[in-house]
Design a binder for this molecule. Structure first.
Ligand SMILES: NC(=O)c1ccc[n+]([C@@H]2O[C@H](COP(=O)([O-])OP(=O)(O)OC[C@H]3O[C@@H](n4cnc5c(N)ncnc54)[C@H](OP(=O)(O)O)[C@@H]3O)[C@@H](O)[C@H]2O)c1
Length: 246
């Protein structure tokens, strides 16, 4: 099955990479099921996709709540009859140095970036196993491969996601379930707005605006991976702005 007609659940679909991917996949004929916390943004996106001739449905979903994630996946099967792809994309990046002790932010990153991905896997795996296949994708990061001052906890969550998704690949390949991470460098989105340390926030904003990729660049990579034949499992795409050194 090619991308056309696939049923794709996307978390973190209300802005940035998730929103761009929803539009891209819907334009190519996929049926998209969209989750995030901001209802107005989701409603606006569904309306835009439908006006362009695509099919989309949305449900308010906080990925830190396992029941809400399960319910989002259930919406895919009740509305469209199956679940071909789960794209675990929701994330936040309130980066800061450890000595600032922003412990609440560390906990949020663990809850959204790691546990949110696990809840998605828990919701999708039984459905995909019963169907005889599927694909689970997570937005990882270059920070899932290298750590810098400021990024210890954020990078820790993204290293964890990379490990979990590789474990998933090894375990579930035999069930025709494909596992992939997409690891972007800097992308021009709203992600910097979750940073509360003002100097870091400004530096991140400046860097994203001067060299950052567009969210559509990541959407293209995700669409490419989904569009492969079932026996081809793209396991990772790492993409940086050409001028990003690390
Ligand atoms: N931008 C970059 O430079 C970059 C680089 C590498 C990796 N990434 C990763 O890319 C992913 C998407 O981020 P983005 O850059 O597109 O930033 P973004 O525009 O801020 O999007 C983040 C998305 O996550 C959602 N989200 C946050 N907390 C959530 C929660 N508790 N439950 C459900 N959804 C939640 C947000 O929606 P609501 O607020 O409406 O819930 C939003 O849709 C993240 O995993 C991020 O770590 C980004």
């Amino acid at each position: 099955m090619s991308l056309t007609d696939k049923v794709v659940v996307i978390t973190g679909a209300s802005s940035g990479i998730g929103e761009a991917t929803a539009k891209k996949l819907a334009r190519k004929g996929a049926k998209v099921v969209l989750g995030a916390r901001r209802e107005e943004r989701l409603d606006k996106l569904v309306a835009e996709i439908e006006q362009a001739g695509g099919q989309a449905v949305a449900q308010v979903t906080d990925v830190t709540d396992r029941k809400q994630v399960t319910s989002l996946v259930a919406l895919a099967t009740s509305k469209f009859g199956r679940l071909d792809v789960l794209y675990n994309n929701a994330g936040l990046m309130p980066i800061s140095e450890l000595h600032l002790l922003k412990v609440d932010e560390w906990e949020k990153m663990v809850d959204v970036n790691i546990k949110g991905v696990l809840y998605g896997i828990a919701a999708a795996l039984p459905v995909m196993q019963q169907q005889g296949g599927g694909q689970i994708i997570a937005t990882d990061s270059v920070a899932g491969h290298v750590v810098h001052p400021n990024t210890a906890v954020y990078a820790g969550t993204k290293f964890a996601v990379r490990t979990i998704m590789e474990g998933l690949r090894q375990e579930e390949g035999k069930n025709n379930i494909r596992s992939m991470i997409v690891s972007p460098g800097a992308v021009e989105t709203e992600l910097y707005s979750t940073i509360t340390d003002e100097t870091t926030k400004q530096n991140t904003y400046d860097s994203e605006r001067s060299i950052g990729l567009k969210a559509e660049d990541i959407a293209n990579a995700v669409a490419y991976a989904i569009d492969q034949p079932d026996n081809v499992s793209i396991n990772e795409i790492l993409l940086r702005p050409t001028q990003q050194p690390m």
